[in-house]
Every structure is written in C-alpha cells, then in structure tokens.
Design a protein around this ligand. Structure first.
Ligand SMILES: [Zn+2]
Length: 140
C-alpha cells in the first residue's frame, strides 16, 4: 500500500497481524503464572510452605489479598469465604482471567479490539487495586 491508497476501515494501517503470536505467548505466560500461584497456594494450605504477607509483617496491616488463599480454598470446596470480604469478587475476577487466557491461547488471531479491551480492563483493574492497596497502607 502506498501513501495514495485510501485506508480501508477496520484494517490495520500497516497490515500488521491483529493478535498474532505475541498475544498468545502472553496468554500462555499468564496461564503459567496462574498455575504457579495455584501451586504456591496449595503448598501453603498443605503447610509445606509458610504463607506470610510481606505487607502485614512490615506494617501490621493486612493487604487487600490477605485471607484470599484460605477463602479461595473455601470457595473451591463450595463454602462461603470468611477471611477477606472481597474474596468472592477476587475469585470471580481470577476465574474470568483464567478463562480469558484460555480463550486467548486457543484463538489463532485475536481481534485487535479484543486485545485493546483486554488492556483497558487491566489498566482499570490495576489502578483500582493500587488505590485500594494504598488506602489500606494508609489505614483508610
Ligand atoms: Zn496480605
């Protein structure tokens, strides 16, 4: 395409692939990270590893995720969470994340709009988690 060719709506300007192998690799890496977190949680619940929260040990205040390991185990066994009031929300988000990463791994070329929505959702979620974490540290 030369500079005089009009751009087709909905087509990338450069002709670059939409969500090619880079996105799939990122999805596989995030699934691997989720598996490692799950393994760590299982080992701490089994008492093989010590489950210490760095923030709580440092500041005396629990972080926003404190209690989630025990609560996720309760939720997976069909019981209600009881250690962190936001565990249910975090569990739903974690399930959605894992499902989306499975889809992202399976789909050969993820549409650009879906990738952009994925990034936008994560920017909002990370900002929300950071603001909650800072509020927790500040004792709010
Ligand atoms: Zn914690």
């Amino acid at each position: 395409m030369d500079s005089t060719t009009p751009r087709q709506p909905g087509k990338p300007v450069t002709g670059a692939p939409e969500g090619g192998s880079g996105y799939r690799i990122a999805c596989v890496a995030l699934l691997g990270a989720a598996a490692l977190v799950g393994l760590y949680a299982a080992l701490t619940l089994a008492g093989v590893l010590e489950n210490r929260c760095w923030l709580e040990a440092t500041t005396g205040r629990p972080c926003i995720a404190c209690g989630c390991t025990r609560d996720f185990a309760l939720l997976l066994s069909g019981r209600a969470p009881r250690w962190n009031p936001e565990s249910g929300l975090f569990f739903a988000l974690a399930c959605a994340e894992i499902l989306w990463r499975v889809v992202g791994t399976a789909v050969r070329r993820m549409p650009r709009a879906a990738i952009e929505a994925d990034v936008a959702v994560h920017v909002v979620l990370i900002g929300w988690l950071l603001s909650k974490s800072l509020a927790r540290i500040a004792g709010a």
